[in-house]
Design a protein around this ligand. Structure first.
Ligand code: ADP
Ligand code: MG
Length: 214
């Protein structure tokens, strides 16, 4: 699996589309334990990202990811803007100078994104946040990045992410707005863990598609 800058832009477009399709769903989840803006925040941010990427052609994969991060920081309100913004900027730093990406780069991007979110939000797994659906996937990808069956590794990573997202229903929020609810946050799926799973799903679907047609 390798992709050039145009391939990376296609993946980001697929992520943006998925977020747009789930705008109401994410907002509904956030209305139960937050302030009902997560879907609105995220779809606004990703619309701006797509517009920005279409307004200029960038050949450097690191610069593309940094542009995504900066656009999210400047357009997404709430906690998720700086968190996802930092994730993409941190991933971009690690990809500077690359005009194409391979599977190991994809793993590094997600690992750096996780580091960025942890650095910015100081959350750990089990606190009902984005981390709960991202870290399980990153662990599998990192442990198995040299496997010859990349498709299976990506599918297992995505399943682990889905399990992590679903597990957020059974835990109490310790970070962000939902933490104000304490035990009343139980029984509700975390919006951020959900948007992160959906982004991963869109990215992995697109990568598998691109590999098929390559
Ligand atoms: P806000 O809570 O400011 O309205 P959003 O609704 O856009 O922001 O995003 C809420 C999501 O942000 C939560 O569901 C949670 O997953 C995530 N989140 C909040 N705080 C943190 C944190 N410190 N680390 C990681 N994710 C967090
Ligand atoms: Mg909110």
């Amino acid at each position: 699996m390798t992709m050039d800058a145009a391939g990376l832009v296609k993946i980001i477009e697929a992520v943006a589309e998925k977020i747009g399709e789930n705008r109401e769903f994410l907002t509904e989840l956030d209305s139960a334990i937050g302030d009902a803006d997560h879907g609105i925040n995220m779809s606004k941010g990703f619309s701006a990202v797509v517009e920005k990427l279409h307004s200029q052609k960038i050949d450097d994969c690191g610069a593309i990811l940094k542009t995504v991060g900066m656009t999210l920081v400047s357009t997404v309100g709430g906690a998720s803007g700086p968190l996802y913004g930092t994730a993409f900027m941190k991933a971009g730093q690690a990809m500077v100078g690359k005009s194409s990406l391979d599977f190991e780069d994809f793993v590094t991007i997600l690992d750096q994104a996780l580091e960025g979110i942890k650095y910015r939000g100081k959350a750990q797994r089990g606190e009902k946040t984005i981390i709960d659906s991202l870290e399980p996937a990153v662990e599998i990808l990192k442990n198995e990045k040299t496997s010859t069956d990349k498709k299976s590794v990506m599918e297992r990573a995505l399943n682990a992410s889905r399990d992590g997202m679903e597990y957020t229903k059974n835990i109490i929020a310790k970070k962000g707005r939902a933490s104000y609810l304490g035990e009343r946050s139980l029984g509700h799926q975390d919006p951020g863990a959900t948007s992160c799973y959906l982004m991963l799903e869109a990215a992995i679907e697109k990568i598998k598609d691109m590999c098929k047609s390559a």
